[in-house]
Structure formats: C-alpha cells, structure tokens
Write a protein that binds this ligand. Structure first.
Ligand code: ZN
Ligand code: ZN
Length: 170
C-alpha cells in the first residue's frame, strides 16, 4: 500500500510545485472525482478569444486511494501542473508538445504520458454460470439474454447437469 492522499495533500503539492516553478496555481480548485475511468488526472481550462483561464485540477479518486506508489502519484499531479504551467504562461494549449515536454523535464518528472497504464480494470456486474450438480463455474456472461440462451440450450460439461447462475462482479 502506498500513501493515501487527501485533497489537501494534492493541493499542497500543486502549490509547492507552483512556488518551485515560479507560476502560482493556488487559486485553481482541486477536485477529486470517482467517475474518472479513462484518465488519472486532468487540468481543466477555458479557452476563449485566445485567452486561457484555469478552471480546475481534477484527479481520479482511485489514484489517491493508496494503491499506487507515492512517486507515481506525485508524477501524475506534477504532470497536470505542467499542463497548467505551459498553457497559462504561454496562453496557448500546448497539449503534449515539445514545450510541454521541456516543462516536465524542468519539473523533474518523466515527459511521457503513461497514465493509461495505471488505470485498474473496472469491475462490472455480470452473471456467473454454475453447474447445478457440483457447483463448478461453467462460464461468465455480461448479458442476461446470453445467460438465458445457455440455460435453455446447454448442460454442464463436468456433470452433464442443468446450469444455474448467480449475479457477480468481475
Ligand atoms: Zn497530459
Ligand atoms: Zn458439475
């Protein structure tokens, strides 16, 4: 288990990084989201008539939950600060271009975006099909239609018995 991060811990790291880099971000709200599934962090901003206005830093709840090493979490947080820094300083959306990458180097973090790999597989509800004779697992299906079809058409391979099912998360 890694360290569990509070919102205040995240804010503090962003503020410290801002001091170090010379571009303050303490006015930008920090949000924690339980709904982020595809990214670990993002820097949200508005772009209007050539002006970039910071809106928020947002991080996935799972990132802060203690399952990742502290250094990994720091890198993700500072990565989002780097977006803030490059975009706000230049009033230009640099995305992951060379300016952004040199900002990462300046901040002492890797300049690649590997954060997709950090996403744990999302468990979803489904159905576990079991042999009614021995209780052994026969198959899993996400959709009830598919379950009903198997129940109608098939018997278990292990005991040639009827197949039953229960709900499960996997
Ligand atoms: Zn990024
Ligand atoms: Zn069986």
């Amino acid at each position: 288990m890694g360290k569990i991060w509070t919102q205040e811990d995240v804010r503090q790291l962003l503020v410290d990084t801002g001091k170090r880099a010379g571009l303050d971000c303490s006015h930008v709200p920090v949000e924690i989201s339980s709904k982020m599934e595809k990214t670990m962090g993002s820097f949200l901003f508005r772009e209007k008539s050539g002006m970039i206005t910071p809106h928020a830093f947002r991080f996935a709840e799972v990132l802060l939950s203690g399952i990742y090493a502290e250094s990994v979490v720091r890198n993700v947080i500072i990565h989002e600060y780097a977006h803030f820094y490059a975009n706000v300083r230049d009033q230009e959306n640099h995305m992951h271009d060379e300016v952004f990458k040199s900002t990462c180097v300046m901040l002492g973090i890797p300049d690649h975006t590997y954060f997709k790999e950090l996403i744990p597989p999302v468990k979803k509800k489904g159905y576990i099909l079991v042999c009614s004779q021995c209780g052994g697992k026969v198959a899993v299906r996400r959709k009830i239609d598919a379950v009903e079809k198997i129940l109608r058409m098939k018997v278990s391979r292990c005991c040639h018995a009827k197949i039953g099912y229960r709900e499960g998360v996997y």
